[in-house]
Design a protein around this ligand. Structure first.
Ligand SMILES: Cc1cc2nc3c(=O)[nH]c(=O)nc-3n(C[C@H](O)[C@H](O)[C@H](O)COP(=O)(O)OP(=O)(O)OC[C@H]3O[C@@H](n4cnc5c(N)ncnc54)[C@H](O)[C@@H]3O)c2cc1C
Length: 469
């Protein structure tokens, strides 16, 4: 049996690793790009050094999963870093997630009292209300009270995904954990420093995330083939099975015949998959997928500066609408040895229908990013070089009601006997690297040992992962 894996992101690479560990047969992996790792790849930048596409922390509450991933590299190749995040608001840098007292310093005592009163009131009302919220805004107003929502979450939502009244409640439920009243009181009294869902430290492989993918590649070489720069262009199905995988490589089109025992697992964007399958899916389903599976473009501006370190934090969140980026990070806070001289700062810019920034040229984006840094008070850095990496259609936007269509789509795809679509893009799930790997490992374990009955349970198991800031 051969397993065809479409896409070499963390989900696809974990499928490979899981197959090797479980003696699950041979594989062929097709990836359209020139390297392994998908959104979690590590790239070289001239002779300046290497960087991730926005440095990625390795963190999960699932210790077994973390152990499995750490075992891919020698223990001495792992770094433990303190996670320091802040949020830039009205000229102040607050620890992120912000402690209640820090908000008083920024917004003044009267506003702070309104926020705390709003929060207390919202928690009280929620004890007696059985109404389920439908939107991002309703959910957070119900959980946190309007004053806190308006200053903390609305501005960042507007910048990232557009009007929060049009965003599905699953987005807020997945991304924002509500502290209990006792936790808020404990933090007010400074008895507790962090939230239960907050990573205080994280792990990082020396040399970048790409080390993980190289380790899996080395481990798996005798069991399969990596076909890089092979873009999947069509999936042909007959009798409820995928029979052919068509691809384009070096300007020519070819196809792979999928034999009766073979299996195809895709981590490609779900909307693309519906197109690749063509007439195999009902037209209405393809149309509703087009409407509901919305993805924003992420534009990454990388600035090479002369200073060995510009930021004090691993990440800075920037809700201010006057600043083009929503998040800053610096590769040096993850592994300083990846840069030969100076530092690489990554400015993440989201572009979507309500903020169409992808139309800007690279030069315009870089100039706006530098202006944003200056506005935030980083004025004395010397810029040595700059470049932009565009990740079109890479950030999920959960529009209201998307889950119903998504469920129908996934259920329809799951009816193909030898095909599954998984991962962040493949199941339109807002997840991190380790979650994507968990899904890949789960898939390969199911393929090796499970039966068709158990698949639904595996889908349910991997449907929700909390966001851990
Ligand atoms: C800026 C940024 C910062 C992030 N930071 C973190 C972090 O700190 N911690 C964390 O846990 N997660 C982070 N993430 C999220 C993490 O990168 C993703 O969760 C993870 O990469 C998802 O893995 P995946 O395999 O499901 O999808 P992807 O990584 O998207 O992989 C899909 C692969 O499919 C390939 N593909 C697409 N179309 C075709 C085709 N037609 N033919 C062949 N191949 C194709 C793509 O090239 C890609 O390699 C971040 C993401 C970004 C963009």
């Amino acid at each position: 049996m051969t397993i065809y894996i479409l896409g070499a992101g963390p989900a696809g690479m974990a499928v490979v690793d899981g197959l090797i560990d479980g003696n699950g047969g041979d594989f062929v992996l097709l990836e359209k790009g020139p390297c392994l790792g998908g959104l979690a790849q590590t790239v070289s930048w001239k002779n300046i050094g290497t960087h991730d596409l926005g440095p990625h922390k390795v963190f999960s509450l699932d210790e077994k999963l973390v152990d499995r991933i750490e075992n891919l590299l020698p223990i001495s190749d792992w770094l433990t870093r303190n996670k320091i995040s802040s949020i830039y608001m009205k000229g102040h840098y607050l620890p992120y997630p912000p402690s209640p007292f820090s908000l008083a310093g920024v917004f003044g005592l009267p506003s702070f009292i309104r926020m705390i009163a709003g929060f207390g009131n919202a928690r009280l009302v929620s004890l007696f209300s059985s109404k389920s919220p439908c939107t991002f805004e309703e959910d957070l107003v119900n959980r946190l009270g309007r004053p806190l929502y308006e200053v903390l979450f609305k501005p960042i939502a507007l910048k990232l995904w557009g009007d929060p009244c049009n965003l599905d409640v699953k987005l807020s439920q997945g991304r924002v954990q509500t502290p209990s009243l006792s936790e808020v009181v404990a933090r007010l009294l400074k008895l507790k420093k962090s939230s239960d869902y907050e990573a205080l430290t994280f792990r990082y492989p020396k040399g970048g995330l790409g080390r993980l993918w190289s380790a899996i590649e080395m481990k798996s070489q005798r069991h399969g083939k990596y076909l890089l720069q092979h873009k999947v262009t069509q999936l042909v199905s007959r009798k409820g099975r995928i029979q052919e995988v068509h691809y384009q490589a070096n300007g020519t089109y070819s196809k792979i015949e999928v034999k009766p025992n073979d299996y195809v697992v895709s981590t490609l964007p779900l909307r693309l998959t519906t197109k690749l399958l063509g007439d195999a899916l009902p037209n209405e389903l393809i149309e509703s997928a087009d409407e509901i599976v919305a993805l924003n473009d992420l534009l990454l501006v990388f600035l090479h500066v002369e200073q060995s370190s510009l930021l004090d934090e691993s990440w800075v969140f920037v809700p201010d609408p006057k600043i083009i980026f929503h998040r800053l990070s610096e590769q040096e806070s993850f592994d300083p040895e990846m840069i030969k001289k100076g530092s690489i700062v990554c400015c993440e810019i989201m572009s979507g229908p309500s903020r169409p920034l992808a139309e800007k040229t690279d030069e315009e984006l870089c100039a706006s990013a530098v202006k944003g840094l200056e506005r935030m008070g980083y004025s004395d850095f010397k810029l040595l070089d700059q470049h932009v990496i565009r990740l079109p259609k890479s950030y999920p936007v959960f529009r209201i009601g998307f889950e119903v269509v998504l469920e129908e789509l996934i259920q329809t795809l799951d009816q193909f006997e030898n095909f599954r679509s998984i991962g962040r893009q493949g199941a339109f799930n807002y997840i991190g690297t380790l979650d994507a790997m968990d899904i890949g490992y789960g898939f390969s374990a199911w393929l090796i040992n499970g039966d068709s009955q158990q698949w639904q349970k595996e889908r349910e198991r991997t449907n929700h992962y909390p966001v851990l800031d």
